[in-house]
Design a protein around this ligand. Structure first.
Ligand code: BDP
Length: 324
């Protein structure tokens, strides 16, 4: 009797230690809160990873940026301290030069054009460079177009003159605002609402879901459809962790990311329209910009300066511009 029990105990312990060494428990960073399409998509990704790997990989998603600011989280994923992230390619530009292609204002004609570029040779070059830097993109997700919002409508670059505008952490965005005569203010996403409220900045720029989800619409009055940046996002994984998986597990994780990304794109299409309606119902005045030409003309200097400093980027810029 005693013998039988200890045998059972030994086999139970063996079983436990087998699970402890074979199962991977990954953590994922997400900056958004409930109600944002990417939050639902990252939860879906976690569910799908668990299913597709038969529980060999579990993914705990930390929403609301609780694991750190985006630049910090990027470093953490590169180092493998966090395994996964839903990142915007904007803050990746300072770390992976090729990713900066998407941060050139007006480089894409539309969101579908942006995806076509990503699916082509330029996207492959960006993906390879990101993987080499430790940030392997498993799937691209939609982040719509970014437009300006402030306490007044913006119709021409002259309307930006003298305004202090919050931007994400990337020199291309500071050049972009400076080229319109504005004062760029790079700042973490989590600080923007308070900065708008207290007048530390006069305006910012983002897509409708983010504008709504973190309450920027509560502290501004006008959203002007400049659509100057169409920046994709990715579901990214630490390259070494991914490369260490068996081919089957890699395919399972990639498949889960691709499915979660499709889910995100469908949600995005619906929820960005809904977010616009909600902020309008709350009093935000949305204005079309009749002629974006002057904004594009102001960006010539941004392109010239950027390409003079980074001549090796000319090829990618040309690839994007010649993609139909
Ligand atoms: C949102 C992006 C998020 C950025 C944020 C920002 O989804 O990754 O951190 O904009 O402006 O649209 O910082």
């Amino acid at each position: 009797m005693f013998k039988k029990r200890s045998l059972l105990l030994i086999s139970a312990l063996a079983c436990l230690s087998f699970n402890a060494t074979s199962a991977e428990n990954w953590r994922a960073w997400n900056i958004h809160n409930d109600g944002h399409p990417n939050t639902a998509a990252m939860d879906k990704f976690s569910e799908l990873v668990n299913e597709a790997t038969g529980g060999e990989i579990t993914l705990e998603v930390f929403h609301g940026g609780v694991l750190g600011s985006q630049p910090d989280a990027l470093e953490q994923v590169r180092l493998g301290a966090i395994e996964v992230g839903n990142f915007n390619l904007g803050p990746i530009g300072p770390v992976v030069k090729e990713a900066n292609l998407v941060s050139l204002p007006f480089i894409f004609k539309s969101v579908p054009h942006m995806f076509r570029v990503l699916e082509g040779e330029a996207g492959e070059a960006i993906g390879n460079a990101m993987s080499e830097a430790g940030l392997k993109p498993l799937a691209w997700v939609d982040a719509g177009a970014r437009s300006f919002y402030s306490q007044k409508p913006i119709n021409t670059p002259a309307d930006v003159e003298g305004l202090k505008i919050r931007v994400m952490n990337n020199d291309l965005y500071t050049s972009m605002i400076a080229a319109m005569g504005g004062n760029p203010s790079p700042m973490a996403f989590s600080e923007v609402q308070q900065a708008l409220k207290t007048g530390v900045v006069d305006g910012a720029e983002n897509n409708f879901p983010s504008f709504k989800n973190v309450g920027h619409y509560e502290v501004t009055t006008h959203y002007s459809l400049s659509e100057h940046l169409i920046i994709p996002e990715c579901i990214c994984v630490n390259t070494s962790k991914f490369d260490a998986l068996s081919a089957d597990m890699q395919a399972a994780v990639r498949g889960a990311a691709e499915e979660a990304a499709l889910f995100q794109r469908e949600l995005w299409a619906v929820q960005s329209g809904e977010a616009r309606k909600e902020v309008e119902a709350a009093g935000i005045v949305v204005n079309e910009i009749a002629d974006k030409g002057p904004f594009q003309a102001a960006m010539v200097k941004v392109y010239d300066d950027y390409l003079a400093a980074n001549p090796d980027m000319a090829k990618l810029v040309e690839m994007a511009q010649t993609t139909e």
